[in-house]
Ligand binder design. Sequence first.
Ligand code: FES
Length: 160
Amino acid sequence: MIVLDADISVKVHKAVQDAIQKYGASDDELIPILIHINHDLGYLPSQALEELSVIFKKPKSKIFSVASFYGMLSTTPVGRHVIRFCESAPCHVVGGRVVFQALIDVLKINPGETSKDGKWTLLTTSCLGICAVGPAFIVDDDIYGNVAPAQVQTILARYE
Ligand code: FES
């Protein structure tokens, strides 16, 4: 068990309770609950998974395996802004690789990393469902399509 400071622990507990109150503690609602908590806290802390394990009467490993399966969820802390870059083939063949390299060059971090100032996390994901406008990526809840490498700096500057 990871010991969090009291304020964070209270925040995590509240996020779990809010999600349960909104969706109810039914197995069918586990994913929306995880999404809700992830959105609230920026990721799914170990404490949240433990609390859900008790509420759902399932081993924590089972909750973790659901939480770690979905690209939109994170079980580790992330930056204030999370970029999810589509690495599926349709985006790749229309120039995704060079756009992704532009992101790496501008952010100066590798995929899976968070910048030292805690501002950015760069992740890859499979198809975002907007293949017609590839290359595509998401910054937080904002979707960008038809991105050219030269646009990367301008897009990221919106989050300064
Ligand atoms: S392949 Fe990139 S959005 Fe579908």
